[in-house]
Design a protein around this ligand. Sequence first.
Ligand code: 3H9
Length: 697
Amino acid sequence: MTEQLVKTVSVAKCGNIVVATVDNPPVNALSHSVRAGLIEAVQALESDAEARAMVIVCAGRTFIAGADIHEFKKPMVAPLLGEVIDTLDAATKPIVAAIHGTALGGGLEVALACSYRIALDGAKVGLPEVKLGILPGSGGTVRLPRLAGVEQALTMISEGGQISVRDAREKGIVDEVVSGDLKAAAIAFAEKVIADGAKVRRTSDLPVPAFDPAVLETSRTALSKKYKGFKAPLVAVDLIRMVTETPVAEATAIEYKTCKELLVSPQSKALRHIFAAEREALKIDGVGAEVKPRDIKKVAIVGPGTMGRGIAACFLNIGIPVTLIGLTDEGLASATKAIGKIYEGSVKRGSLTAEEMERRMALLTPTTSYDGIGDVDLVIEAVTEQLDVKKEVFAKLDAVLRDDAIIATNTSFLDIEELAATSKNATRVAGMHFFNPANVMKLLENVRAAKTAPDVLATTTALGKRLGKVPVMVGRSEGFVANRMLSKRTREAQFLLEDGATPQQVDRVLTAFGFPIGPFALADLAGMDIMAAARAARVARMSPREQQCNIVDRLVAAGRLGQKSGAGYYVYDENRKASHDPAVDEMLDAHRRERGFTARTITDEEILERCLYAMVNEAAKILDEGAAARPSDIDVIWTNGFGFPTYLGGPMFYADQVGLPKVKAALDKYAGLVGDQYFKPAALIERLVAEGRGLYG
Ligand code: 3H9
């Protein structure tokens, strides 16, 4: 083999086959040098009279993961990706793309422009651009329907999901799936292609297969429901329609223009911000790359309640054995049944096989004893939210655990330092705050205490990723970040009722903004008894107005516990469909009369600003205290935890888009209207506005 280095693409010869290897860590993105290198590789193929075919293979963990997202902010430098694709498409000798890891976005577009695609078993392909608020811009929408059919292409492009290469082979996207040495298999494949006459196969020459045009409209309706508020999925439908009616060259130009327009849209900026923020959140202050996470092979969970069950399922899902410790056999039996039900549901929906369910359930050991957990690597404490009870559990754990086992508490508002101090080894104590339902919710608030060891922090972060969560490290703070901010929105929503708004109006405004559910429908879902208990725990520290704002207690007293009792802020039918209940209006009127409030007309703008800016202001305090490391962590928390629309980038990003001076002016206004103690602008906001900066500088 002779070798010649062309920047991030090296070109070698293996007999009469040119092997182009892309090596651009971490994910072989199509940076400028890769684009230039690929064109040079095709030129090397064309200019070499002896060369009969080419293989494109990637070094490292993955095939090309797409365009280089970091280049999106700068003017693009030629050669553009479109030129690379045109060069591949125009090649007069066959090119084989050899896929491992993931071929995504521009990466799949490169592969689709090749004559053949072979893939390593386990690899995946997809066009995820829509998740960044854009659409494929270099032939993805033009070529995929030609290979896989319009319906399949529409699903992949409008939803951005990945499919396995086995599925891709069935759909005609991939020609062969291999195991073992991919490069060797690709070369062997190319040799076979040469032996068969070195036929060039251009996807762009294929016709778009016949399809039912009704599919486009059905998809549009389904997408506008499923991705409410998102623009790109609907544009994808228009684009695919265009592709089915337009010659390739013209369709390619329209596709590129559409991609470029979307790239500068506010939604794409916000979605790309969240993409980067989720990765930034994995970088933990004081935990360098040299700090290795501990190996977690076995865990115990104390507390088989709602949270403990969901957390147990998270670990069973990834094949980690779980010892579930409870107080009674009955409690454990009911937990085991509940976990089984989660899986039964998946089996019914077809997303899990019965054998896999059995395998997962076999990893679960329910017990009332702490004796058998001497060999676990991690314990998650998920018992009732009472400090004394948790302290007792910590003492029992200290007595039986290995010295290097980690103790993580799932507390949502107790003081992490106080808990850590009860352990004989505070360095092994951290928080792992899951959200309900733990097996579904993506957000994981990992908590660091003052003495938590760096490798423990690295472990909870790595484990969060392994569990398929979005982990964010937070510091000591009552309610940490998510619930602390939520409590301010909840308070404001309650005050708005006292001032004259209705639950329906507040919920309507916040869902129109983009939240999946309004605060009052959410309270009905959580249960009014839970809300009342949370309030009771904090009531002594509340302001006089909050103390007397006891609407939740009134609902509980009236037996209106929310969805579970058929009535809360709304009344529910047997299908849990909510309706307005005049009895709630009467109750609110009575509350206002007793508390001396006169209902006034509240505008939607006031509702939105009071609910959102109360959160933004609290977040600014959290940042100043250091309980969140960066504004982007807060955006990740709110987009993954409480459904803040990702296409608005999270509360911090949103506040910057509105303009911090405007946010501050609104805070000042509501400080006058509602009270200084609720809306006085946080010191950070005052400072930033004075300096003419935003939360993101
Ligand atoms: C596109 O292709 C548009 C075209 O159609 C048309 C253009 C005209 N670029 O996620 P990870 C970095 S749009 C640059 O933690 P994993 C990432 O920031 C693109 N960098 O790893 C991180 O860096 P750091 C369509 C990228 O193993 C590091 O790689 N493609 C890119 O969990 C590791 O990332 C996509 O949307 C990129 N494209 O997952 C694919 N991607 O360590 C987006 C990642 O400094 N990427 N990085 O923070 C992914 O989905 C995942 O990264 C992937 C690996 C599945 C590849």
